[in-house]
Ligand binder design. Sequence first.
Ligand code: GLU
Length: 610
Amino acid sequence: MRRRPVSVVLTGLVVAGAAVAAGPVAASAATPPPKQAVARGYGGAVVSDTTESTAAGIAVLRQGGTAADAAVAVAATLGVTDPYVAGIGGGGYFLYYDARRHRVVTIDGRETTPAADGPTMFLDANGTPLSFPTAVTSGLSVGVPGNLATWQRALQRWGRFSLGHDLQPAIAVARNGFVVDATFRELTRENQARFAQFSSTRDLFLPGGALPEVGSTFRNPDLAATYQQIARQGTTAFYGGAIGRDVVNAVHHLPLAPGATLKPIPGPMTLADLRAYRAIDRAPTRSTYRGYEIDGMAPSSSGGITVGESLDILGRFDLRHMSRVQALHHYLEATRLAFADRNRYVGDSSYVRVPQRTLLSDRFARQRACLIDPAHALASPVAPGSLTGSGACRPATARTTPGNEGAHTNHFVVSDRWGDVVSYTNTIEELGGSGIVVPGRGFLLNNELTDFNFAPTQGSAPDPNLPAAGKRPRSSMSPTIVLRHGRPFLAVGSPGGASIITTVVQILVNRIDLGYSLPAAIAAPRASQRNSATTQAEPAFLAEPTTPGLEALGQKFAVSSTSPLDPSISIPPTIGVASGLEFERHGLVLAAGEPVRRGGSAAAVVHPAR
Ligand code: GLU
């Protein structure tokens, strides 16, 4: 544990470089200050989805906590205020720039497959893959959660406070409540039918059987007590103790509401699976783009490799001096190609050999970049590249099929006064995860295992992302830290399932090549090409003057505005909810999030002025 000679007095707590006792941190259901998507200042910064989670992080930074301490406070508070995309029922990927050692390190806190599951887990008795909605709302899709282990590991390595201390802001918000806003109500609406199937979920999120009213106070005393138990007993309360037993029980004996119409499949997770869970320290992926070092998340996420390969391809073109249509065309073509390679070669590296070095090599980027035709879009699905570099520069199509991918999670960023930086994407997979709240515990369980391909997708070639006992499903989460001369320049990331990768690439291209400021790079309309015939686009992207030019090159676009779980449920046709930091001169930090998407982000700094 890092101990720095700092002493801060705040809200009655004296913090002096070592673990401190749990104490009060101001939080109540008073109307929070309006959300601010951009902030600039000194001494540390946070951008996250909700005002309460950002305030929690800022409070811990003010107490003298590191970025790791603040990140735990933010993540735990998101479990209260953003419970459909965050919390201890899920997993994620934690990137940390350690200012003392001048390096980026990562923690893989991805969910794992229970020991009793395996390759046929998502096939029915006839060997037919289950439908995606059937698999999502089930105990079967619940992976062994990794978030709590990630927080503990991050604090062990870089924290100044105890887990119990860093959970206090979240406990206060869970106990005192937060004010329901239109976004929370809307996200609940998108899940209303599913949540009504489980008594524990209905009781928590559909008070009186209805959507929570905007302006009402939402309290989660069960989660406050769960966090408090973890604060007292440590993470073993979850990974083998009483909370873990309740998780296992919920997955085996689904808490169905009387009159439920769904008959979800239970799951085989055991207490031994929880005991065996480990968050894994990993080296980041590294690539170079226009002189910047891009550090990302290695497998089990495909994020770092696919962002890196896309940028390696784009690095071979001078986007800055192209027309906007050509720059966007190249962006779409680069991610199209990189997704073909991701789908064919990337999975959990403990189970499959991932050719990471080749995929991030200059030679491979050259081989892929030569396929880009400035006059025509490639026909998808394009075939993956050859790892041996054989074959002429001739585009080939493949007989591959798309896998299932969710679209909801959260990404947040934190920095501290010492220059440490966190870029952390975490999730429970679908919006609302499996839909199962652990009875009496106040949190939703993930459905992360649906990120596996249920059946092979790569034609006659092996599929690296099929289920196996103990395996981690391939993710697209792409928490990213960009270094300039070895020091942080940017930290970015986003939710959005597989569109996370394209969102991160698009933001970096906007910022580095196209002359946008970071807030503008985040706010700009998005399009996401993932080796499919049509590119997912936001309506605002289609309204841009560049779209006819792109269509003339053969780019095809479609807007996606229905729930992947139920086409009768409309969802906003947006892509991602990004957040980022830019490190300017003399310790000045620009913190930026979404002005509009999913209700906007909450950005804040410790000191607005020096
Ligand atoms: N399950 C997704 C992934 O790991 C993240 C959740 C989402 O954004 O949909 O890539």
